[in-house]
Design a protein around this ligand. Structure first.
Ligand code: HEC
Ligand code: HEC
Length: 288
């Protein structure tokens, strides 16, 4: 005969058995992660290895991103936006289409560049080899790299010559696809949706304010800006416009965005002499 205590412990055991798999799918353990110790990274002629990045990661990254890469390092409570949880395998800065994994080169560039308006520092003082090793290390935290290949980088046509017509056309794109709903008609991050936005983890997030002079997180060249809105910043409300904006129009939009940005540019001067007005959110479609 079973005593009631034995019955209870049996029930309890069953409850624990149910709870465990749920827990471990939300949070990987060292054992779950170690199976990917063989993952490599390739940038140019350099190959990076997980084992060679252990010390560098522990010294420079663990304080924010945590031993398990879950973004729960000891500094996490004081860091906003939060350090990335590498276990999810979701990245903002990609040359690849939305929803796909970034290339090794994308991660390498991000690590060197750091992310403006966040606590993610620049790591350009580390050697190239150290940074490629770190790319392998970042990848080994997520099972996505076992099951998927990185996306194919989007094609960016050569940058055309900027003209007044292109700047005006860029303004029409900005109006048509409604960038202003979040970024505001002047790019001041105060569009009607701006205060309602949250990231995929439910944390409030603000659109980029073009007028403040801050560097975009994923690079500041014309090509970087093109890439940002044509691939989107995964994990955030900043969408990809690959299906709504043609490559030629995308360059027009880059030129228009330059007119909103604080930094001096040829485009800014041209917009001024054109007397270019901000878009009118109430104008009927096609009449900007
Ligand atoms: C002081 C805290 C801090 C340290 C130290 C730190 N990071 Fe970060 N890291 C962050 C934060 C915060 C973010 C998210 C920024 C954001 O989303 O705007 C981030 C994001 C990232 C991303 C994601 C980029 C993307 O495209 O989404 C990578 C990769 C990364 N860090 C790598 C590293 C590596 C490698 C190191 C060590 C060399 C490191 N970080 C050290 C705070 C830190
Ligand atoms: C639904 C709201 C929303 C819309 C619509 C939107 N954005 Fe964004 N955008 C964001 C958010 C939020 C961020 C900031 C993400 C971050 O800080 O990680 C952002 C960031 C950016 C950035 C800079 C990346 C950085 O460093 O933060 C650029 C450039 C940008 N958006 C351009 C555009 C353009 C161009 C359009 C229209 C084609 C557009 N956005 C439409 C929400 C939006």
């Amino acid at each position: 005969m079973w005593t009631s205590l034995q019955k209870w412990s049996l029930l309890l055991g069953a409850a624990v058995a149910v709870a465990l798999p749920l827990n471990s799918s939300a949070q990987l353990t060292t054992q779950d992660i170690d199976v990917r110790n063989g993952i490599a990274a390739h940038v140019g002629s350099i190959t990076g290895h997980v084992k060679d990045a252990k010390g560098t990661y522990r010294r420079y990254c663990v304080g924010c991103h945590g031993t398990l890469g879950d973004g729960e390092g000891e500094n996490e409570p004081w860091v906003d936006p939060k350090p990335r949880n590498f276990q999810l395998g979701v990245f903002k800065c990609r040359s690849t289409p939305t929803g796909t994994l970034p290339t090794d080169e994308d991660l390498f560039d991000t690590i060197a560049r750091g992310m403006d308006r966040s606590n993610m520092p620049q790591w350009s003082h580390l050697t190239k080899q150290e940074r490629v090793d770190l790319v392998a290390y970042v990848k080994h935290f997520s099972p996505r790299w076992t099951n998927e290949k990185p996306g194919t980088p989007i094609t960016i046509p050569p940058e055309p010559e900027v003209t007044a017509d292109r700047i005006k056309a860029g303004r029409d794109v900005f109006a048509r696809v409604q960038c202003w709903k979040c970024h505001g008609v002047l790019g001041m991050a105060n569009g009607p949706s701006a205060s309602t936005l949250t990231d995929d983890l439910g944390k409030p997030i603000l659109p980029y304010n073009f007028t403040e002079g801050a560097r975009p997180k994923c690079g500041e060249t014309d090509k970087d800006i093109y890439r940002i809105f044509m691939t989107g910043l995964d994990g955030t409300p900043m969408p990809s416009y690959a299906d709504n904006i043609k490559p030629d129009e995308a360059w027009d939009l880059v030129f228009y965005l330059r007119t909103l940005m604080a930094q001096h540019s040829k485009e800014k001067g041209m917009a001024k002499s054109l007397g270019l007005k901000p878009v009118d959110p109430n104008a009927p479609a096609g009449q900007q």
